[in-house]
Design a binder for this molecule. Sequence first.
Ligand SMILES: [Fe+2]
Length: 374
Amino acid sequence: MYKPYSDNFDNLDTESGVYRKILIIEDDLSMLRCVQTMLRELPLTEVLTTSSPEDALNILSSEPISVVVSDICMPGYSGIDLLERIYKFNPNIQVILMTGMMEASVMRRAIQLNAFDFLRKPFEAAELMLTVKQALNKNQLLVQNTLYQNKLEMLVEKRTVELLQAKSQLETHYLNAINSMINAIEVSDVYTVGHSERVTTISLLLGRLLKLDAEELRYLRIGAMLHDLGKIGRINALVTKNHRLSRDEYDQIKQHPVHGAKIISPLGLPKAVNDIILQHHERQDGTGYPYGIKGDKISSYAKIVSVADSYDAMTSRRAYRTNLEPRAAAEELLENSGTQFDPIVVRTFYREFDLILKTISSKTSLNEELFSSI
Ligand SMILES: [Fe+2]
C-alpha cells in the first residue's frame, strides 16, 4: 500500500491544515513563470517548477508533492503519459492539466486516468487558484485517509500480536494444568512416572522427522502429553494391579481413550488432539481399540503417538513384567510394522533410532528444548 512521505504534514498547517508542495511542469518558460508567480500567492505552499517531464519524475520521487499542474503537449512525455506514471506512483497526487486545445479523446483519457481538472489556456489567476485549492483539499483528504488506514493497519497488527501472546499464555496455563493432571495419574504408580513426557519427546522427534509443521507439532505435543488421561482414577488402579486382569477389567481399561476424550471435551481442543487420545491404541490392521478402525481411518498423529507409547511401554519396567532392551523394543516395532503400527512411522523410528535413543537418554530436559522451538 502507498505510504505518504511524511506523517508530519499536520505540523505545517495553514487554513486547510496541510503543508503542500506544488509542482508545475511546463516547457513554455514564460507560461511556467506566469503560473509560478500566480501560485506563490498561496500561503505556506512551496512551488517547484520544471520544464522537463523526465526531471518532473525525479522530483516526484524525492519530494512530497500534493498537486501537479502540467502542460499536456510537451516533448518526450506528454502530460497524459505523466498522469499515468504519477497515478501509479502515488494516487493521492492531484494533477491539473493545462492545454491550448481541448481534444475530446485526450480529455476522455485524462478523465479515465483520474486527472483532477483541466485549465484551458489562457486562464485567469482566480481560475487557477480556485482549481489548485480544490485539488489541494482533495489531496489533503486522501493523505489523511491514507494515514488513517496505515494507523488502522498498525493497530490491527498490534492487536493481533497481543492476541497471539494472550493465546500463547493461555496455552501455557492449560498445558501446566494438563501436566498437573498427568502427574496425578503417574504419581500413583512408580513404574509409569515420566511415561507421558517420554512419549511426548519421542512423538515430537518423530513429528519433526516426518516434517510436521509448527502447528501440527503443537497438536502432537498436547495429544501425546494427554494420551493416557483417561486412565485417571479407577482405570489407573486396574492398570497398576499386580495380578492377572479379569476380562471385565481388561474391557474397562480398553475404554480409557474414550474417557480421556470425554475429560478434555470441555476444553475445546483441536480435533487432532482429540484423535490422538481416542485412537492411540488403534492398530493398522483394525484389531486395536476402542473402535477397531484401521489404516487411513486412524489419525496420523495417533499413529505417531502409538509407536512412541508402545516403545516406552516395552522399555519401561512394570510390576508384572520386565522391560525390553531398547534395541529389542525397536526390533519389536519393526516386527509389527504394517499390522499394529504404521510402516512409515516405524521406518522413521528405526532409521533414526540412534538419535531417538540419544535424545531420550539425555539428562537435559529435551521436552523443554523441543517445546521452546515449537
Ligand atoms: Fe493408552
